[in-house]
Design a protein around this ligand. Sequence first.
Ligand code: Z15
Length: 837
Amino acid sequence: EKAKWPKSTVQLWEKLSKKEANDIETIQKSIVHHVTTTLARAAYNMDNFTAYQAVALSTRDRLISRWNETQGQLSKADPKRVYYLSLEFLLGRSMDNALLNMGLKDTYGKSIEQLGFRMEDVIESEVDAALGNGGLGRLAACYMDSLATLDYPAWGYGLRYTYGIFQQRIVDGYQTEYPDYWLNFDNPWELPRLDISIQIGFGGHVQTTQDEYGVTRHNWIPASSVQAIAYDVPIPGYDTGNCNNIRLWRSKPTRVFDLTSFNEGNYEKSVEDATNAEKITSVLYPNDNTMAGKELRLKQQYFWTAASLHDIVRRFKKSAREWTDFPDQVAIQLNDTHPTMAIVELQRLLVDEEMLSWDDAWDIVTKTFAFTNHTVLPEAMEKWSVPMMEYLLPRHLQIIFDINLFFLQKVEMKFPNDRGLLNRMSIIEEAQPQQIRMAHLAVVGSHKVNGVAALHSNLIKTTIFKDFVAYYGEEKFVNRTNGITPRRWLHQANPQLSALITETLGSQKWLKELTLLKGLNNKVDDPEFRKKWVAIKRANKVRLAELIKTRCNVTVSPDALFDVQVKRIHEYKRQFMNILYVIYRYRFIKSMTPSQKAGVQPRVVIFGGKAAPGYYIAKLVIKLINGVAKVVNQDPAVGDLLKVVFIPDYNVSVAEVIVPASDISQHISTAGTEASGTSNMKFVLNGGLIIGTLDGANIEILEEIGEDNIFIFGCLAHDVEDLRHAQRYRNVPMNPALQGVISAIEKGTFEDPKVFQPLISTLTVGKDFYLISYDFASYIAANQQVDAAYKNQEEWIKKSIRCTANMGKFSSDRSVKEYADEIWDIKPHPVVDEGYM
Ligand code: Z15
């Protein structure tokens, strides 16, 4: 006990806890110390990976000091915190980012160079933390970076999956999946908190009793339970001592249950129970924007939300405040509907365990939660079957039915005798079996609902949540346009451009105040500046060409126009339309005379992205891309005029190479289907132009950078319904250019055409739901405009500079501030440097 210590002991602790200097010698000592002790290696048997491990451990030491100091000061001050509940945190690599954010990259670089290693090689040895699918998971990671950088008291809560998103390899043109066992070597970026363990129940029954006042009490008696063990991931802010936390839960068998079977002599059953407990956090579900309805997924969701809430409530209780103060201390953001069970769990804790009245509890619950919707696609809407919920969480099901009953009673009061309305708004869908609509539950249990881009936020108000807007009023439904962190997506991924910007603007302030990039607009007419700008783009293209050579064994010219579409493979994102246009272009080039060919703008068309393993059509799109690549890349009649590559295993660290190297990138979803998109922001921030539809954040990017710097085509979201109707009920002929392309595939230009028939059928039998045929003519025209614009290199470079200069709005710092001010009501709480971090 510190209080009982003599002064000399206290002083000794304080002296020894002070941080070490961050000079090269101290850092080298720390690296070598980890090599020779923690890693038990010596200089003569070290490789890049060992060097990485040692640098990582040394970096980790410094991270932990900041984490400790930040969390210690926060515990004392106890300000209102936000908890960001996300089933996915797609962090990627940590080392480079941590060193840059802590301002230690240069020193570590020099330190390790003198010790005989190149920093780039050391960085490359790190495996990605890929605990997410795509946009939603990466958004959570960008938000954690901004929250830390802006000194907000914020914690993320998620799951520590043993297997992240699968690794993708291409075999005979097909996607094949391999497990992502990312914890093969020790993970230095987490702090196991084996002492923090929470028991989570499942199944069983509900005991109903009357208390001494005649009030009915519900007591849930679970049939089984598992333990949640905490693993903390430090998130250092940029240019601040602040270090936030992501707490990831791992499932473990409980000792009690384990031992019972064991002692009863049923050894096999006890091992089976243990294995089942561990299964809960084994694997990330690989679906992006689709719902599979698997029981294990519901178990994951409850396990995670219950553990997180238990932790949050325990922290709140330390302060001995009134329950009514809970929403003044705690804001909880629901990242999509995945954590919606947290609403039900908090209501259960307050009513069943803390003995609050239903209404008092519900008031606290709805003031605490806010909900972000990320999609309007019907196949992505989460619904859980009532029988499954009853079997896994019987008391929670009762509470859901009660929430629904009280809610619908109020709707009935406001809009009497409208049974259609009650049916549409009900949390329970009357199907066989009944289904729980998680989005409705999330709306009813939250005080604010937001979409992720202006168009999307308006769309949800007129489509999926229309009735709820009529009931609650407009104010509950707001927009928070997504953002990206400029630290990772410019400073780290594009160090040369970052240095040029800093040199030009005179300081690094722009990295925390991204609208300062506007200053670059003055440089557009400076030919010397343009020369530097284009040289950096070219160097980035050389780096990407090397990656393409290694991964695809295709040689591409960095002088060609690099045209990129990297994102999850999904029909609504229309990679199919992109490859169909590539075929069109290929056939067009083949039809040319040599002198005509001389006028063609050479292009390298780059694809990347994973398809959900069960998504048959998306996997066929990958097969078609690879089929086309094989034919086109070998065709001497085309040569360097057209190359097509599919970069396997697209992930965050690969994106960091691709994004800075693009001339044009494709964000071509059917209008109204892509809620926001965030890679569009990354490309434009790095001076890449985009070709895109009037969808998601493209619209706001257009507003910021101006129509001269973006290639827009295709129908409007407003017209999609009518166009689909026409496709379905009138015999709309296929666009003739597209018809030519389809014929070429059917003639067997790209392997056995039988393989692609189901894909082609989506245009005919499937009535072209994503409107590829309708948009094809304007897509061809937009691509021609791209070629023409690229021909005029000086003008193109000006566009590129203007792109970067006007992207300030899309910093995730701006997004996070908007959430903090008007949804969470939290304030920055800077950590004070007392010499310990
Ligand atoms: C996902 O990655 C997104 C939405 C979802 O509903 C799910 Cl389950 C996964 C994406 C959107 O498709 C994308 O448009 C958006 O930019 C991103 O979330 C972040 O908001």
